[in-house]
Design a protein around this ligand. Structure first.
Ligand code: FAD
Length: 421
């Protein structure tokens, strides 16, 4: 998503742009089946224990769940992540992310209007608070959102149920925070639509193409070595080619760390795995109207047209492999707690799409957006849990910088220079 958004903004500014993507189409990795939340305010720390490290033997599911014990430098990454998730640092990071989400939402809306894009989206979101203690903990992020200019509302249990009438009565609900405005949008669908618009502007897409080497040139420009993975119609073996560009923008998610390490750019990126379930609505009366976020478990349930998407979890230390049973079970449990009749679960195999995705995460929770210290190499990556909410704004701000214009939003907190990159 971040790459497509960047390509679109740069094409709109009149640059000649080529996107190289190792997959056969767009949004096949982290942007494939994410939670779809874009509501300003959704990224607030609604539960106090979401910022904790959960050791491998812990089964609570809250916080950053470690799948194994850390090794070597991983301890230092986790220590930095923990430090930035506490006290004043947490508040200032949240304020920064929040500004980006708002800015990005405006840009996304403008793009949607400009091209009259039709994608699954909805308004309004509830943060569900199961107990008095959770409602008390929510007061801090609530006040922070008010200070940032939002108007979130604290609702009683009855008021929340009036907005989302299908919420199960069996699960205790103390109250909810209502976040207004555009709240849900389908990331993959938007990426597919935006790709078509970028193409109309002249942007070229080369799929099944791995960027395998990046070489900044002494006399300006950057050489890319490209490995083509689709077999040639003549049956010829795939081969490498090289192309030179004035500049490159790296939007390779977590793979960027391996790509840039040979250049001496050591990105402190870690993979944080999340899960999602998507299933067709069984009975619209039993499905969510828009979106809810279970504050205790950090799990969202969103309506995407004729489907429901449940997403959440943050696992560290299991970079590859199939979706985790425990991670999926937490999602099924949250769905049956809040909307037990919303989707048909017992249908033919494959009727529920179970997915795991990797969030490229930096220890301070902010992405890398801007010029690296190497000429011609720009970064737009590491947006962690909120990359969809930030993509359109991040792309606009980066394109402004490349153009030599001051962006409408301050990029300082996202600068690659904070890590010496
Ligand atoms: C379960 C889950 C729920 C989430 N929910 C939300 C949410 O509700 N709201 C929100 O805002 N965010 C959410 N996110 C986060 C969001 O999905 C990501 O931050 C965002 O999709 C990242 O986009 P990206 O373009 O940076 O990465 P990706 O979508 O992973 O794109 C990177 C692309 O680079 C390509 N690539 C990598 N290396 C190479 C190479 N060498 N050569 C060629 N191509 C290469 C990959 O194939 C890939 O297509 C969620 C994430 C997960 C996992």
């Amino acid at each position: 998503m971040v790459g497509i958004a960047s390509a679109h903004e740069l094409s709109q500014d009149g640059h000649e742009v080529t996107v190289f993507e190792r997959r056969s189409t767009v949004a096949e990795e982290a942007s494939f089946a994410n939670g779809a939340l874009i509501a300003p305010g959704w990224t607030a720390p609604w539960a106090h224990d979401h910022q904790r490290l959960a050791w491998p033997w812990s089964t609570s599911g809250a916080g950053l769940q470690m799948s194994r014990l850390p090794r070597g430098g991983e301890w230092s990454w986790l220590w930095q992540w923990r430090r930035s998730s506490q006290g004043p640092r947490l508040s200032s990071n949240h304020a920064q992310v929040h500004r980006w989400v708002r800015y990005s939402q405006e840009r996304q809306q403008a793009i949607t209007d400009q091209y009259q894009l039709e994608h699954d989206r909805s308004h309004g979101m509830l943060v569900l608070l199961r107990s008095e203690q959770e409602a008390a903990a929510a007061e801090i992020p609530l006040q922070q959102l008010r200070d940032l200019g939002l108007k979130p509302k604290m609702l009683s249990c009855d008021e929340a149920r009036a907005l989302e009438p299908s919420l199960s009565n069996e699960t205790p609900l103390h109250g909810a925070v209502e976040l207004g405005g555009e709240a849900v949008a389908n990331c993959r669908e938007f990426a597919v639509l935006l790709r078509a618009q970028a193409q109309q502007l002249g942007c070229r897409f080369e799929f099944n193409t791995i960027v395998s080497r990046i070489e900044p040139q002494l006399n300006s420009g950057v050489n890319l070595t490209l490995t083509h993975t689709a077999s040639h119609p003549s049956g010829e073996a795939p081969s490498d080619t090289a192309q030179r560009f004035d500049a490159v923008v790296i939007c390779a998610g977590v793979a960027a760390a391996g790509l840039l390490a040979p250049l001496g750019l050591k990105l402190p990126l870690q993979s944080v795995v999340g899960h999602s379930l998507s299933a067709a609505v069984r009975e619209p009366m039993d499905a969510p109207q828009s979106a809810v976020l279970d504050a205790r478990h950090g799990i969202s349930i969103a309506r995407l047209g004729q489907r429901v998407r449940v997403a959440g979890g943050a696992e560290w230390g299991r970079e590859s492999g199939p979706p985790s049973k425990a991670g999926l079970q937490r999602l099924y449990r949250a769905l049956s707690d809040w909307f037990p009749g919303a989707v048909r679960l017992g249908g033919p195999a494959g009727s529920v799409q179970e997915w795991r995705g990797v969030q490229a995460t930096l220890p301070d929770g902010m992405p890398l957006m801007g010029a690296s210290r190497l000429p011609g190499i720009w970064l737009n990556l590491g947006h962690g849990q909120a990359g969809w909410s930030m993509a359109c704004g991040a792309a606009r701000a980066l394109a402004d910088r490349i153009e030599g214009r001051e962006p409408d939003i301050d990029l300082a907190a996202c600068s690659p220079q904070r890590y010496g990159l």
